[in-house]
Write a protein that binds this ligand. Structure first.
Ligand code: A3P
Length: 355
């Protein structure tokens, strides 16, 4: 497979040279058009050892904010959720988990290697085409990819993972308040949600731990309270130089950062990094859950959250985010109006035609 890809790259390279020489000789062909097309194809030649960033975590943990911050870096392009990347990964995982299905595949001549190559090519193609031709570092933000981080590192050896972690009580409040439908979560049952959050984050933390130095945990609370130092550490981990634009992602919305009208976080991520959502969950934990939190969601304590306090403090806020938060509050009508423009619409209400 690899040899084949190298051959393809080599053939494209030779073709490029022939086309450039011929068009130069003929002097009537628009050579820049032809060569740029071939160059794009060349860029797409499979290079699975490219560095790729995967951003994930439980939904409602600040994953969109994280990707918008990285999108504001000139070297990176994450973009909207692809949705298909985590799906192909869970399909492959389901095939592998079912002994009957797996044996059927093997008996039918579908080997594990064959499937892995196909999944790798699928994911890579989506990321390359989603990113466009001029991207240095590919990046994907699909929250549930982090459930498959170990497998993904076998496909992409130089991939790096950012695991977004947020207080589960805030995640659940966000899901229920905003009516976000997520498999395993309910819009009315707080207890069930706490268990689902616990199971999900448990799997992701284990995956992250297994891949060790290529996975980095980002606490939402630290990201919004102390963005400079948190992002500095993230960029160091990713081996990407610091640029000031990462502290002002909001200025690049609709310029370098594109948002989807069907995602739940678009009308929040248009704002500068702020503290509005930090403790909104406080006062919303049901009575029958309060005394049982450690039992229902042991991961909260394991991740260092204070489960005894009804109003935990997460740390000291940087002056920049205090300023941002005050600005948003003082200009509430401006922001409310702007939020309306980016408010989530059902897929059939958007102007882009679905294929
Ligand atoms: P709330 O729903 O509690 O407000 P995700 O993108 O992973 O689904 O996470 C969504 C959460 O990220 C939302 O939490 C949202 O407020 C928060 N968020 C998005 N943009 C933000 C910003 N600019 N500053 C602070 N938090 C932000």
């Amino acid at each position: 497979m690899r040899t084949c890809n190298r051959c393809l790259c080599f053939i494209l390279f030779i073709t490029l040279i022939i086309v450039v020489v011929l068009s130069y000789l003929i002097n009537g062909v628009n050579d820049s058009l032809i060569s740029s097309d071939i160059l794009i194809k060349q860029r797409e030649c499979n290079n699975y050892s490219r560095p790729i960033i995967f951003i994930g975590g439980m939904p409602r943990s600040g994953t969109t904010l994280m990707r918008a911050i990285l999108d504001s870096h000139p070297l990176v392009r994450c973009g909207e959720e692809t949705r298909v990347v985590p799906r192909i990964l869970s399909m492959r995982s389901a095939w592998k988990k079912s002994t009957i299905e797996w044996n059927r595949l093997i008996a039918g001549g579908i080997s594990e290697n064959m499937l892995d190559s196909a999944v790798r090519a699928f994911v890579y193609e989506i990321l390359v085409q989603h990113g466009g031709p001029n991207v240095d570092i590919l990046c994907d933000k699909d929250p549930f990819v982090l459930k498959h981080a170990v497998y993904m590192t076998t496909l992409f050896p130089n991939s790096k993972y950012l695991l977004l972690i947020r207080d589960g009580r805030a995640v659940i409040h966000s899901v229920m308040m905003r009516k976000v439908t997520i498999t395993g979560f309910s819009l009315t049952d707080y207890k069930q949600n706490l268990k689902s959050w616990n199971n999900g984050i448990d799997v992701m933390v284990k995956e992250c731990t297994k891949i060790g130095k290529n996975c980095f945990s980002v606490y939402y609370e630290q990201l919004v309270l102390q963005p400079r130092v948190t992002i500095e550490n993230i960029l160091k981990f990713l081996n990407i130089p610091w640029v000031d634009s990462v502290l002002h992602h909001d200025e690049l919305i609709d310029k370098k950062i594109s948002l989807s009208k069907t995602e739940h976080s678009s009308d929040q991520v248009i704002k500068p990094i702020n503290l509005e959502a930090l403790t909104r969950w406080v006062g919303h934990v049901p009575e029958d859950v309060k005394g049982n939190i450690d039992k229902l969601a042991p991961m909260l304590k394991q991740l260092g959250y204070d489960t005894k306090s009804a109003h935990p403090t997460y740390g000291i806020a940087d002056p920049l985010v205090i300023k941002n938060t005050n600005n948003i509050q003082q200009n509430a009508s401006y922001w409310n109006q702007k939020m309306k423009q980016y408010a989530r619409k059902l897929p059939f209400q958007t102007s882009k035609k679905s294929v």
